[in-house]
Design a protein around this ligand. Structure first.
Ligand SMILES: O=C([O-])CC(=O)C(=O)O
Length: 239
Protein backbone atom coordinates (compact mmCIF):
# COMPACT_ATOMS: atom_id res chain seq x y z
CA UNK A 1 0.00 0.00 0.00
CA UNK A 2 1.28 3.50 -0.89
CA UNK A 3 1.23 4.92 2.63
CA UNK A 4 1.43 8.72 2.35
CA UNK A 5 -0.09 8.69 -1.15
CA UNK A 6 -3.58 7.28 -0.69
CA UNK A 7 -7.17 8.32 -1.28
CA UNK A 8 -9.90 6.88 0.95
CA UNK A 9 -13.37 7.21 -0.56
CA UNK A 10 -16.98 7.24 0.60
CA UNK A 11 -16.93 8.62 4.17
CA UNK A 12 -20.26 8.61 6.07
CA UNK A 13 -22.37 11.74 5.60
CA UNK A 14 -24.22 13.70 8.31
CA UNK A 15 -28.02 14.11 8.55
CA UNK A 16 -29.09 17.33 6.77
CA UNK A 17 -31.26 18.30 9.77
CA UNK A 18 -28.31 18.12 12.14
CA UNK A 19 -26.16 20.19 9.78
CA UNK A 20 -28.86 22.89 9.51
CA UNK A 21 -29.38 22.99 13.30
CA UNK A 22 -25.64 23.58 13.84
CA UNK A 23 -25.55 26.20 11.08
CA UNK A 24 -27.88 28.42 13.14
CA UNK A 25 -25.64 28.32 16.24
CA UNK A 26 -22.66 30.61 16.94
CA UNK A 27 -19.45 28.57 16.66
CA UNK A 28 -18.29 30.03 19.97
CA UNK A 29 -21.25 28.45 21.80
CA UNK A 30 -20.59 25.10 20.15
CA UNK A 31 -16.88 25.23 21.07
CA UNK A 32 -17.77 26.14 24.68
CA UNK A 33 -19.78 22.90 24.88
CA UNK A 34 -16.69 20.81 24.03
CA UNK A 35 -14.32 21.93 26.77
CA UNK A 36 -13.38 25.06 24.72
CA UNK A 37 -10.80 22.94 22.88
CA UNK A 38 -12.31 22.33 19.43
CA UNK A 39 -12.03 25.80 17.89
CA UNK A 40 -9.27 26.24 15.30
CA UNK A 41 -6.68 28.85 16.29
CA UNK A 42 -6.92 32.48 15.22
CA UNK A 43 -4.57 32.18 12.27
CA UNK A 44 -7.36 30.38 10.38
CA UNK A 45 -9.41 33.39 9.23
CA UNK A 46 -12.34 33.88 6.85
CA UNK A 47 -10.92 35.27 3.59
CA UNK A 48 -14.15 35.20 1.54
CA UNK A 49 -17.18 37.43 2.19
CA UNK A 50 -18.14 37.97 5.84
CA UNK A 51 -21.50 36.91 7.20
CA UNK A 52 -21.98 33.49 5.54
CA UNK A 53 -22.35 30.53 7.90
CA UNK A 54 -20.55 27.29 7.03
CA UNK A 55 -21.62 23.81 8.13
CA UNK A 56 -20.84 20.50 6.44
CA UNK A 57 -19.25 17.09 6.60
CA UNK A 58 -15.44 17.08 6.41
CA UNK A 59 -13.38 15.80 3.50
CA UNK A 60 -9.88 15.83 4.98
CA UNK A 61 -6.77 16.40 2.89
CA UNK A 62 -3.15 16.08 3.92
CA UNK A 63 -0.93 17.84 1.35
CA UNK A 64 2.82 17.91 1.04
CA UNK A 65 3.70 21.40 2.39
CA UNK A 66 3.14 23.97 -0.38
CA UNK A 67 1.73 21.39 -2.85
CA UNK A 68 -1.93 21.17 -3.89
CA UNK A 69 -2.20 18.06 -6.10
CA UNK A 70 -4.37 16.28 -3.52
CA UNK A 71 -6.50 19.40 -2.95
CA UNK A 72 -7.25 19.48 -6.69
CA UNK A 73 -8.38 15.85 -6.43
CA UNK A 74 -10.51 16.54 -3.33
CA UNK A 75 -12.29 19.38 -5.17
CA UNK A 76 -13.50 16.82 -7.71
CA UNK A 77 -14.35 14.13 -5.12
CA UNK A 78 -16.22 16.17 -2.47
CA UNK A 79 -20.01 15.96 -2.47
CA UNK A 80 -22.39 18.93 -2.53
CA UNK A 81 -22.29 20.64 0.88
CA UNK A 82 -19.05 18.96 2.01
CA UNK A 83 -16.33 21.09 3.63
CA UNK A 84 -12.75 20.39 2.50
CA UNK A 85 -10.20 20.79 5.31
CA UNK A 86 -6.49 20.82 4.45
CA UNK A 87 -3.43 20.14 6.59
CA UNK A 88 -0.30 21.69 5.06
CA UNK A 89 2.51 20.80 7.45
CA UNK A 90 2.79 24.41 8.67
CA UNK A 91 3.90 25.85 5.31
CA UNK A 92 3.04 29.53 4.72
CA UNK A 93 5.31 30.19 1.73
CA UNK A 94 3.00 28.96 -1.08
CA UNK A 95 -0.70 29.58 -1.63
CA UNK A 96 -2.79 26.41 -1.80
CA UNK A 97 -5.53 27.81 -4.04
CA UNK A 98 -6.62 30.83 -6.04
CA UNK A 99 -9.66 32.09 -7.90
CA UNK A 100 -9.77 29.28 -10.47
CA UNK A 101 -10.05 26.57 -7.81
CA UNK A 102 -12.49 28.59 -5.70
CA UNK A 103 -14.74 29.08 -8.74
CA UNK A 104 -14.67 25.30 -9.31
CA UNK A 105 -15.62 24.70 -5.65
CA UNK A 106 -18.50 27.17 -6.06
CA UNK A 107 -19.67 25.45 -9.25
CA UNK A 108 -19.67 22.09 -7.46
CA UNK A 109 -21.70 23.65 -4.57
CA UNK A 110 -19.22 22.66 -1.87
CA UNK A 111 -20.01 23.83 1.66
CA UNK A 112 -16.64 25.54 2.16
CA UNK A 113 -12.86 25.13 2.31
CA UNK A 114 -10.52 25.47 5.30
CA UNK A 115 -6.79 25.74 4.55
CA UNK A 116 -3.89 25.50 6.97
CA UNK A 117 -2.03 27.80 4.55
CA UNK A 118 -2.47 30.90 2.34
CA UNK A 119 -4.55 31.69 -0.77
CA UNK A 120 -3.98 34.03 -3.70
CA UNK A 121 -6.32 36.16 -5.87
CA UNK A 122 -7.74 37.65 -2.69
CA UNK A 123 -9.28 40.64 -4.54
CA UNK A 124 -11.88 38.27 -5.97
CA UNK A 125 -12.06 35.70 -3.19
CA UNK A 126 -12.99 38.36 -0.63
CA UNK A 127 -16.14 39.14 -2.62
CA UNK A 128 -17.41 35.53 -2.89
CA UNK A 129 -20.02 33.95 -0.61
CA UNK A 130 -18.58 30.42 -0.51
CA UNK A 131 -16.89 30.20 2.91
CA UNK A 132 -13.10 30.06 2.46
CA UNK A 133 -10.78 30.09 5.50
CA UNK A 134 -6.99 30.48 5.22
CA UNK A 135 -3.96 31.78 7.11
CA UNK A 136 -3.25 34.73 4.79
CA UNK A 137 -2.26 35.50 1.24
CA UNK A 138 0.80 35.17 -0.97
CA UNK A 139 1.23 35.45 -4.74
CA UNK A 140 3.54 32.42 -4.70
CA UNK A 141 1.74 29.47 -6.29
CA UNK A 142 1.57 25.84 -5.15
CA UNK A 143 3.46 22.84 -6.55
CA UNK A 144 1.49 19.90 -7.94
CA UNK A 145 3.64 16.87 -7.35
CA UNK A 146 2.18 15.11 -4.32
CA UNK A 147 2.36 12.97 -2.32
CA UNK A 148 -0.55 13.49 0.05
CA UNK A 149 -3.67 11.72 1.34
CA UNK A 150 -7.42 12.23 1.26
CA UNK A 151 -9.82 11.24 4.06
CA UNK A 152 -7.29 10.44 6.78
CA UNK A 153 -6.97 11.91 10.27
CA UNK A 154 -5.40 15.39 10.05
CA UNK A 155 -4.71 18.42 12.26
CA UNK A 156 -5.75 21.85 10.98
CA UNK A 157 -5.61 25.06 13.02
CA UNK A 158 -4.48 23.03 16.04
CA UNK A 159 -7.55 20.76 15.98
CA UNK A 160 -7.48 17.07 15.07
CA UNK A 161 -10.28 15.85 12.80
CA UNK A 162 -11.44 12.81 10.87
CA UNK A 163 -13.33 12.53 7.57
CA UNK A 164 -17.09 12.83 8.21
CA UNK A 165 -16.71 15.08 11.29
CA UNK A 166 -18.85 18.23 11.25
CA UNK A 167 -17.03 21.46 10.41
CA UNK A 168 -18.79 24.74 11.18
CA UNK A 169 -17.59 28.30 10.57
CA UNK A 170 -18.71 31.88 11.03
CA UNK A 171 -16.91 35.23 11.18
CA UNK A 172 -15.15 34.15 14.41
CA UNK A 173 -13.50 31.12 12.77
CA UNK A 174 -13.86 27.35 12.52
CA UNK A 175 -15.02 24.66 14.98
CA UNK A 176 -14.92 20.86 14.56
CA UNK A 177 -17.50 18.51 16.11
CA UNK A 178 -16.53 14.81 16.06
CA UNK A 179 -19.30 12.83 14.34
CA UNK A 180 -19.76 10.49 17.33
CA UNK A 181 -20.54 13.53 19.57
CA UNK A 182 -22.95 15.38 17.25
CA UNK A 183 -26.22 14.77 19.07
CA UNK A 184 -24.85 15.39 22.56
CA UNK A 185 -23.07 18.61 21.51
CA UNK A 186 -26.14 19.89 19.62
CA UNK A 187 -28.39 19.44 22.67
CA UNK A 188 -25.97 21.23 24.99
CA UNK A 189 -25.16 23.99 22.47
CA UNK A 190 -28.89 24.80 22.00
CA UNK A 191 -29.27 25.10 25.78
CA UNK A 192 -26.02 27.09 26.11
CA UNK A 193 -27.12 29.48 23.36
CA UNK A 194 -30.45 30.21 25.10
CA UNK A 195 -28.62 31.04 28.36
CA UNK A 196 -25.97 33.07 26.53
CA UNK A 197 -28.61 35.27 24.90
CA UNK A 198 -30.06 35.95 28.37
CA UNK A 199 -26.59 36.99 29.60
CA UNK A 200 -26.19 39.41 26.68
CA UNK A 201 -29.50 41.10 27.66
CA UNK A 202 -28.36 41.37 31.32
CA UNK A 203 -24.90 42.63 30.36
CA UNK A 204 -26.26 45.26 27.99
CA UNK A 205 -28.50 46.57 30.78
CA UNK A 206 -25.63 46.55 33.32
CA UNK A 207 -27.39 43.89 35.44
CA UNK A 208 -24.95 41.00 35.00
CA UNK A 209 -23.90 39.47 38.33
CA UNK A 210 -20.09 39.94 38.53
CA UNK A 211 -19.63 38.59 42.06
CA UNK A 212 -17.96 35.43 40.76
CA UNK A 213 -14.83 37.41 39.72
CA UNK A 214 -13.92 38.54 43.28
CA UNK A 215 -14.95 35.15 44.66
CA UNK A 216 -12.63 33.37 42.24
CA UNK A 217 -9.71 35.77 42.95
CA UNK A 218 -10.16 35.31 46.71
CA UNK A 219 -10.22 31.51 46.36
CA UNK A 220 -7.00 31.65 44.34
CA UNK A 221 -5.27 33.87 46.93
CA UNK A 222 -4.88 37.04 44.82
CA UNK A 223 -3.23 39.97 46.71
CA UNK A 224 -4.15 43.68 46.42
CA UNK A 225 -1.40 46.33 46.82
CA UNK A 226 -2.08 50.09 47.10
CA UNK A 227 0.11 51.76 44.45
CA UNK A 228 0.61 54.94 46.51
CA UNK A 229 1.41 53.43 49.93
CA UNK A 230 2.67 49.97 48.95
CA UNK A 231 0.34 48.60 51.63
CA UNK A 232 -1.00 45.08 51.14
CA UNK A 233 -4.73 44.86 51.46
CA UNK A 234 -6.99 41.89 51.89
CA UNK A 235 -10.45 41.33 50.46
CA UNK A 236 -12.22 42.73 47.44
CA UNK A 237 -11.05 46.09 46.14
CA UNK A 238 -12.33 48.40 43.45
CA UNK A 239 -10.12 50.38 41.05
O1 LIG B 1 -2.17 27.08 -9.22
C1 LIG B 1 -3.17 26.61 -8.64
O2 LIG B 1 -3.37 25.38 -8.55
C2 LIG B 1 -4.08 27.50 -7.86
C3 LIG B 1 -4.46 28.76 -8.53
O3 LIG B 1 -3.65 29.62 -8.81
C4 LIG B 1 -5.89 29.01 -8.79
O4 LIG B 1 -6.73 28.23 -8.37
O5 LIG B 1 -6.20 30.08 -9.37
Amino acid sequence: MAVGFRIFTNPDGIDAEIIEAFRKLPGSNVADCMGRMSGMHSEIRRVSKDGCKMAGSAVTVKVRPGDNLMLHKALDMAREGDVIVVSNGGDRSHSLMGEIMVRHAEFRKLGGIVLDGPVRDIDTIRTLEIPIYATGTTPAGPYKEGPGEINVNITCGGVSLNPGDLVIGDDDGVVVVPREDLEEVLASALDFNRKDQGKVVESTAGRLNRAWVDKSLAEKGCEYIDLKTGKRLTGEQDG
